[in-house]
Design a binder for this molecule. Structure first.
Ligand code: FAD
Ligand code: NAP
Ligand code: SF4
Length: 682
């Protein structure tokens, strides 16, 4: 504990809840992994939680478990309604307790957000993000729902949980009852706030009566709805006080409904942007309060507790990224933390696609029993060429498995294309991944050779057993008349600041990089990055004081630094291929800044006047100073032997991964995973 006192003394202080004590103030918030939905995946889920508990976290909250069939998020979602389920859940509680942490089961009734035909809500109002229209619960239905919560909580107690979290935020059922937006009832469960809060308060009261006093009852309270017709701050406080009186042990806080058009967790949201709202709630209640959303590193978490603003910090995705987050913080090894960069690419985007959640920067997340980095019985000599995400991942995992690894890159820095990604406003967090890998290279003893463009002959002369070609991609140059002119530049030149780009710009290609270049060019280079919380709130129209209902105000007028045209040949909507949970944010930023988005474009030529195009058969001239090419990538894999591998003649085995293997649909998620999977197989 001496170290605990030195590093992050406030964060690592135990939290006494009266009848039980949490070993520190760090909570792993609830995340749906997909594993909780199938009983045969519970051993995998137990390993996933065990690693996080062993990593030092004080309190873990499971993914949402529905109290009944109507509450399922997806058909046949996770439930706890029988003794058979109890046996499965015991695997989780046992694993966590053996590692000294505590675990709560989240009870989540999805209400109208359920992606299944049995959905119910306060009123029969369809949500904008689901295709199923809910039935309004009858009064009998409400009473049986309350009974289902109580039964579920009691079963959780039987399964060995230390308590439950009742999900009352993010726009799920209880939020739907709480807010006039979705509650149009005229009976005792609708109308004034006293009626609208009756269901959550009654659930807490009856659950508390059912489970007794010595069982944690955390309530996730929506402190900022970020939707029209959300609650005002006095209502938020009134509900919290009634819930506390009904038996809540501590409050977790929730920000924004899923249907909100304000981002709450993507990477462009400033760190700890909403913690002040949780701190304000703490002033009005007598039980501990937990802050959440976009907190990912120990310094920020420590500052929140040290200021006395909140009692505990919840981080969810950061524990996908690094199971050992707490142990590393305690040991003062913060530079070794694999930081969640809030990209959502392998976690939330997977959940919404009904795939198992994992993590872009940590492909082992959710695959703890399947992707194992074991010490190899035979140390091999491994060369990895290319220190982009794929090569960094392969090299560090191979070294962790005990191999003798040399990593080469022609650049004088590691990172490959990720170095460019972190130049984009709102993607500053991406630098953390490179900091992590650079440190990992040092720790695992990878021999790093920067500034060295290697050839196949050089590699063959060095007697490696395995040669990993991770040389990535190069930008594609489309065939357009005039593409070689000085007013045509590639995204590389722009992000590396090799050119001074004019005030009117056409962007050819509207994939992830086209959108990123758009954000880069809209930004005034003299304005500091990352933007402050106050600036971000003005831009998105967020009132953290929540004076208006839901905390929404008129956004500040946009001040685009340049006039942009974003173009693609496909006739589909621009940005359709971007991530499900983050793409809409990129589109919204560009739209608000007046970017002209054109699909179905035929590129004709480029000259002094600008870019000549044809849309719907009509010729058009875009009078721009520069054309920026973001027209996709091509693999760079010249190091690969042509056909029969030298391995067949007793030479090294060649492998290609990441962009070098396939440029299409490449992203860092695939690159890092491929590197890790390959290296673990050596
Ligand atoms: P690269 O990153 O291209 O790395 C290849 C490395 O090999 C380079 O460092 C290069 O110098 C080196 N090399 C090449 N040839 C040789 C040689 N002969 N000898 C030595 N070294 C050599 N992906 C996401 O998942 N999410 C995002 O949000 C995202 N945003 C992006 C934003 C921008 C602006 C850009 C440009 C990319 C973005 N990407 C994003 C894509 C992501 O960066 C790439 O998918 C990823 O970097 C590919 O990894 P890689 O290791 O295969 O290749
Ligand atoms: P991309 O997503 O494949 O987009 C390439 C764009 O170029 C498309 O709009 C394509 O549209 C256009 N294009 C392709 N060939 C062309 C040609 N010959 N002439 C003119 N236009 C052409 O690739 P990217 O934008 O380069 O991004 C690379 C990868 O990085 C992506 O796959 C992505 O996963 C990743 N990335 C992700 C994010 C993120 O936020 N998640 C951000 C940046 C990058 P048309 O063919 O319709 O014209
Ligand atoms: Fe964080 Fe991205 Fe990993 Fe999700 S996929 S946990 S957002 S780094």
């Amino acid at each position: 504990m001496t170290n605990v006192a030195k590093a992050y003394p406030n964060l690592m202080q135990p939290l006494d809840l009266g009848f039980t004590t949490l070993r520190n103030r760090v909570m792993m918030g609830s995340m749906h992994t997909g594993l909780e939905d199938r009983f045969y995946n519970y051993p995998k889920l137990a390993s996933y939680f065990r690693e996080r508990a062993r990593g030092g976290v004080g309190l873990i909250v499971t993914g949402g478990i529905s109290p009944n069939r109507q509450g399922w998020l997806l058909p046949f979602g996770g439930t706890l309604s029988s003794m058979f389920d109890v046996q499965n859940h015991r695997l989780l509680t046992q694993a966590v307790h053996e590692e000294g942490a505590k675990i709560l089961m989240q009870i989540l009734h999805s209400g109208r957000y359920g992606y299944q035909p049995f959905v119910v809500s306060a009123s029969a109002l369809k949500s904008p993000i689901s295709m199923f229209k809910p039935k309004a619960l009858t009064e009998d239905g409400i009473f049986s729902t309350i009974r289902d919560y109580v039964r579920c909580a009691k079963l959780a107690q039987k399964a060995g949980y230390d308590g439950i979290e009742i999900m009352g935020s993010e726009g799920y059922l209880l939020n739907q009852f709480l807010c006039a937006r979705t509650n149009h009832r005229a009976d005792q469960w609708g109308g004034c706030i006293e009626n609208r809060m009756r269901l959550p308060v009654e659930i807490v009261r009856q659950v508390r009566a059912g489970v007794g006093t010595d069982f944690i009852l955390m309530y996730r309270h929506s402190v900022l709805d970020l939707v029209e017709g959300g609650n005002s701050w006095p209502e938020v406080v009134q509900v919290a006080q009634a819930l506390e009186a009904a038996g809540v042990t501590l409050f977790n806080t929730g920000i924004g409904w899923h249907e909100a058009r304000t981002p709450t967790i993507v990477t462009s949201v400033p760190r700890a942007a909403f913690a002040s709202v949780a701190a304000r709630l703490k002033k009005s209640v007598g039980v501990p309060v937990v802050a959440s959303n976009r907190i990912n590193m120990p310094d920020d978490a420590e500052a929140l507790i040290a200021s006395g603003g909140v009692d505990m910090v919840s981080m969810a995705r950061p524990f996908l990224a690094d199971a050992d987050w707490v142990n590393k913080a305690v040991a003062g090894r913060v530079d070794e933390i694999n930081t969640c960069i809030a990209c959502n690419q392998a976690c939330l985007d997977h959940t919404f696609a009904n795939k198992r959640a994992s993590c872009l920067v940590n492909p082992r997340a959710g695959y703890e029993t399947e992707l194992v980095y074991r010490k190899s019985p035979k140390a091999k000599r491994v060369a990895v060429v290319g220190a982009g995400p794929a090569g960094l991942s392969a090299a560090t995992v191979a070294a962790e498995c005990g191999h003798d690894v040399s990593l080469f890159d022609s650049s004088d820095q590691v990172g490959g294309q990720f170095k460019l990604a972190m130049q984009v406003p709102g993607k500053e967090e991406f630098a953390q991944t490179l900091r992590y890998f650079a440190r990992r290279v040092e720790i695992t003893g990878v021999k790093l050779h920067l500034g060295q463009r290697v050839t196949r002959e050089q590699l063959l002369a060095l007697n490696f057993d395995e040669i990993v070609v991770a040389t990535g991609v190069i930008p594609r140059t489309p065939r357009i008349t005039g593409v070689e002119r000085a007013n045509v530049v590639s995204y590389l030149d722009v992000l590396q600041r090799k050119v001074t780009v004019g005030k009117r710009v056409a962007i050819v290609g509207a994939g992830g990089i086209g959108f990123d270049i758009g954000e880069f060019l809209l930004h005034d280079p003299l304005e500091p990055l990352p933007v402050s919380i106050a600036h971000w709130c003005r831009e998105w129209g967020v009132d953290l004081q929540s004076q208006a209902n839901g905390g929404l105000i008129e956004p500040a007028p946009a001040r685009p630094y340049r006039q942009l045209f974003l173009l693609q040949r496909k006739t589909s909507r621009l940005g359709a291929g971007l991530g499900k949970t983050s793409g809409w944010v990129h589109r919204a930023v560009l739209q608000r800044n007046g970017v002209t988005m054109l699909s179905g474009v035929e590129y004709q030529s480029i000259d002094d006047a600008g870019l000549h195009i044809c849309v719907d058969g009509k010729p058009r001239l875009l009078e721009v100073d520069h054309v920026v090419l973001c027209a996709g990538q091509e693999s760079l894999a010249e190091l690969m032997p042509a056909s029969s591998t030298p391995a067949a003649q007793g030479g090294p085995r060649f492998h290609k991964i990441g962009g070098a293997a396939l440029a299409g649909e490449l992203d860092a998620k695939r690159a890092i995973r491929e590197g890790a999977v390959l290296a673990a197989s050596f």
